[in-house]
Design a binder for this molecule. Structure first.
Ligand code: ATP
Length: 475
């Protein structure tokens, strides 16, 4: 077996190996020790729960996790990995999946694993992949490492966060902001899609012009067209004067269409025509007006599902989905939770003229371990309530319990036993489509990276996308 070179020698600290097959784990340990120049301290855990016990007692640098061994942590791989990520305290996580379990591997990645390998993964393959990962993520705690970590950015254009997911996002915004091409932002509610749209505007060449946001879910359907494209006097009852719509107001700047999936289908056709021609007509006029806007749109729904359900035009989707950005949920970047907590604490304490010193270690542990289904908005609301409800001092777990009206922070989601339910089975091509689109979203729209993770070629993805549009059109 070949040893990794000195400069690659990044894996030397504490390593937790999770594998229910003890013989396999022994072999992997031996091979890894041989493949690395400085032997790591390897601890073996046979189950997810055993691993959780180790992680509560000691901090590890790297976790290698055979996914089938996590079954006792949660009913599905994604939830189990989310729990592991929360306990991992920033360790690098490399998932090892059965070669047929692409969806399990993707679920693990979605939940926050840094990378995955298909079985069988020998010691030198593992060592090589860990070296790559450590270079990419910068592991300052690994012993004997010569990696110079990139300077960590902890706030950027309205965002607070220093996790590797946020570093990737800042880099993406920096690159994408300069372009005039449409941006499609996805992410759960409260992850910062509005913040992202404004950051793209403020960091781009249109920053001197207007940023006009329109929430497609908040405006009644019959007013939407005039809000978007404007109206001429007398076009309908109540149209007392000529008025510009959001698109015209944003001329020279950025038009942000939030919750774009809520636009009704007839307006989607008009939006498509506008994107194709750069011209619009106000409601009640026939003349076309040339408008120069950069379009950014966002949704917290799955656009592929909306297309499959015929709620979103596929041609419009591909027109808008030129530069995709995906915002990771807060539970996948637990290292940002205390940074955000302290940021909001300082901000609201100042607003309320109060003084809060910090958060007790127990309270910090509780906040970091929570699921945050409402993401940053939920954390922000909780901190605001804490500041309003209490006079100052240190934030304790009792205070969190009292302020946590959503009852989600104090009670992490219980592990549900697998239920036998009647489920709809989607056709093979739709399941395949979902896996591939999820992989693409995981890598922020980068097809080459998604293809590499799926171990297929990028041209296969392009070819399959073409055949799905044909199937969707035929169906
Ligand atoms: N990384 C972050 N740092 C600081 N504040 C953040 C961050 N992410 C989100 N926020 C704050 O959280 C709140 C929700 O963010 P935002 O409205 O951008 O979320 P969203 O993804 O657009 O949600 P929705 O889909 O519900 O519209 C805002 O007050 C925003 O300022």
């Amino acid at each position: 077996m070949t040893k990794t070179s000195g400069s690659d020698n990044v894996l030397c600290g504490r390593l937790l190996l999770i594998d229910h097959d003890a013989a396999c784990a022994r072999q992997t340990s031996a091979e890894l020790t041989e493949a690395l120049l400085v032997a790591p301290q390897i601890t073996h855990a046979g189950t997810g729960r055993e691993a959780a016990d180790h992680l509560r007692k000691l901090r590890y640098d790297v976790i290698i996790c055979e996914l089938a061994s996590l079954g006792d942590l949660a009913a599905n791989v994604e939830d189990a990995m989310s729990r592991l990520v929360r306990l991992a305290n920033g360790a690098l996580i490399l998932a090892v999946a059965d070669s047929g379990s692409v969806s399990a591997a993707l679920g693990a990645m979605r939940a926050g694993a840094h990378d995955y390998l298909a079985k069988p993964a020998g010691g030198s393959t593992l060592a090589g992949r860990l070296a790559e990962l450590a270079q990419r993520h910068g592991r300052p705690r690994s012993l004997g490492v010569e990696v110079t970590p990139e300077p960590e950015i902890s706030d950027y254009a309205g965002f607070v966060g220093a996790s590797s997911a946020m570093q990737f996002l800042y880099e993406q915004i920096g690159r994408v902001a300069a372009s005039a091409a449409p941006v499609f932002i996805t992410g759960e509610s409260g992850t910062g899609k509005d913040v992202c749209a404004e950051a793209l505007h403020s960091r781009g060449p249109r920053a001197g012009n207007r940023f006009v946001a329109i929430n497609c879910a908040a405006i009644p359907r019959d007013l939407m067209e005039s809000e978007l494209f404007g109206v001429v006097r007398g076009a309908f009852t109540g149209a007392h004067e000529d008025r510009k719509g959001a698109a015209e107001l944003a001329d020279g700047g950025t038009l942000f269409l939030d919750e774009v999936g809520e636009l009704d289908l007839s307006l989607q056709s008009k939006l498509l025509r506008f994107l194709q021609s750069g011209c619009l007509s106000r409601v009640g006029e026939t003349a076309a007006r040339k408008v120069d806007v950069r379009v950014i749109c966002a949704t917290n729904r799955n656009p592929m599902q909306m297309i499959a359900d015929r709620q979103f035009r596929e041609d419009l989707f591909y027109r808008l989905h030129v530069l995709p950005i995906h915002l990771p949920p807060l539970r996948q970047r637990p290292s940002d939770i205390m940074l955000l907590t302290r940021h909001f604490l300082a901000r609201y304490a100042q607003e309320e003229h109060k003084s809060f010193s910090d958060v007790t270690p127990d309270a910090a542990q509780r906040l970091t371990a929570a699921d945050w289904p409402g993401n940053v908005r939920q954390l922000q609301n909780l901190v605001r309530r804490l500041v309003v409800m209490f006079d100052g001092g240190q934030i304790t777990t009792d205070m969190i319990e009292a302020a946590d009206i959503e009852s989600r922070v104090s009670t992490p989601a219980p592990v549900e036993a697998p239920r036998c339910e009647k489920r709809t089975v989607l056709p093979m091509w739709q399941q395949e489509q979902r896996i591939i689109e999820e992989a693409i979203a995981t890598f922020g729209g980068n097809i080459s990276m998604a293809a590499a993770a799926l171990e297929i070629s990028p041209s296969t993805i392009y070819r399959k996308r073409q055949s799905w549009s044909e199937l969707a059109a035929a169906g």
